[in-house]
Write a protein that binds this ligand. Structure first.
Ligand code: SF4
Ligand code: SF4
Ligand code: SF4
Length: 317
């Protein structure tokens, strides 16, 4: 239903020349995957899909595309778009936001763990309300949706964009399950600081510095990333745990007040480093200290350019 409406609206936007580009999702070449579709060709709009596997945060492409864009946006994507507008990286006038009320995205890694099979061996995955059915070896196994959604979807505060031009379906209310979603972070917090230090040394030792986490993130928009600077050289380019850790710590500080907990950095990490344990913790600290949730209000000042008389630092007063 939403998919049909999306295709109609996207087609009309291109035909009426209200936008130069459509940015959405199409089916991927692998099972249960989608891939971004960026097109100015009217016929391509028939390839647009909306399904439980539309993982990417498409806002990431907006800083690269010139011209007016019709963009498909789930709630978290819409928050990233708003954050980019707040930072003057994107002009609201150049966008037509096609809003998807989002029921959450299925985490294939969780399904693989639950059924003990690789995704290639699964016959089908379907969702019906709060139940997800997986067909494997001719048999059907049912799971509660809370067991198979991405952790960040279980903490979702805005499933339906509030900043949009065209709403593609009935609005959905947030139903966050913060306990389940925050299990990894709570586990880390339960460790002593010495144990945590060892844990992050181990995690960061696995980083191969592919920069997928940075490249997929709409909040990471510096034209030249500090890791690529040579004068001064902030971190060594070789993947060694201390430099890998510094990379992640500084990246987190750079996205503080911009990160919308879309979960993409953790999803794309090829060595499964639990990056959301850092980004979500930063998100919560920003909220606790500054009462600021990124991407909720396009007219609000960005966190890092907004100072109050009560600032602790004399420098800011
Ligand atoms: S975080 Fe919310 S809007 Fe984003 S994919 Fe998950 S449920 Fe959808
Ligand atoms: S995606 Fe993972 S492996 Fe790649 S740079 Fe980021 S943390 Fe390292
Ligand atoms: S830091 Fe990670 S979770 Fe936050 S906006 Fe970037 S990709 Fe999304």
């Amino acid at each position: 239903m939403m998919e049909k409406k999306l295709r109609q609206e996207a087609k009309a936007l291109l035909e009426q020349k209200r936008v130069d580009w459509i940015v959405g999702f199409e089916s991927g070449s692998l099972k249960f995957t989608t891939t971004p579709l960026i097109t100015r060709n009217v016929a391509d709009t028939e390839r647009l899909v909306i399904n439980p596997f539309i993982t990417n945060n498409l806002a990431n492409f907006l800083t690269e595309i010139e011209g007016r864009v019709g963009i498909v946006a789930k709630g978290c994507e819409s928050r990233s778009i708003v954050s980019l507008i707040q930072d003057n990286k994107v002009d609201r006038e150049d966008l037509v936001i096609l809003a998807v009320p989002c029921p959450g995205i299925i985490d294939l890694a969780k399904i693989e763990r639950l059924v003990g099979k690789d995704r290639d061996e699964l016959d089908d995955i379907t969702r019906d309300g709060d139940k997800v059915s997986v067909k494997v070896d001719g048999k059907k196994k049912d799971f509660a949706v809370a067991d198979v959604l991405f952790d960040h979807c279980l903490a979702c505060e805005l499933p339906t964009p509030t900043e949009y031009d065209i709403l593609l379906g009935e609005p959905r209310q947030p139903t966050p399950d913060l306990k389940v979603s925050g299990q990894n972070i709570a586990g880390l917090k339960a460790l002593t600081s010495a144990e945590r230090w060892t844990k992050w040394q181990d995690e960061m030792s696995r980083c191969i510095r592919c920069y997928a986490c940075r490249n997929v993130c709409p909040a990471c928009f510096c034209e030249r990333c500090f890791v690529e600077e040579t004068e001064p050289q902030w971190v060594m380019p070789m993947p060694q745990w201390p430099d890998n850790l510094i990379f992640q710590v500084i990246r987190n500080i750079h996205v503080a007040g911009r990160c919308t907990d879309c979960g993409e950095c953790e999803r794309v990490c090829p060595v499964n480093i639990p990056l959301r344990s850092l980004t979500r913790e930063m998100y919560d600290i920003v909220d606790e200290l500054f009462k600021f949730k990124s991407g909720m209000d396009k007219d609000a000042l960005p966190l890092m350019v907004h100072y109050e008389q009560e600032e602790a630092e004399e420098f800011f007063k």
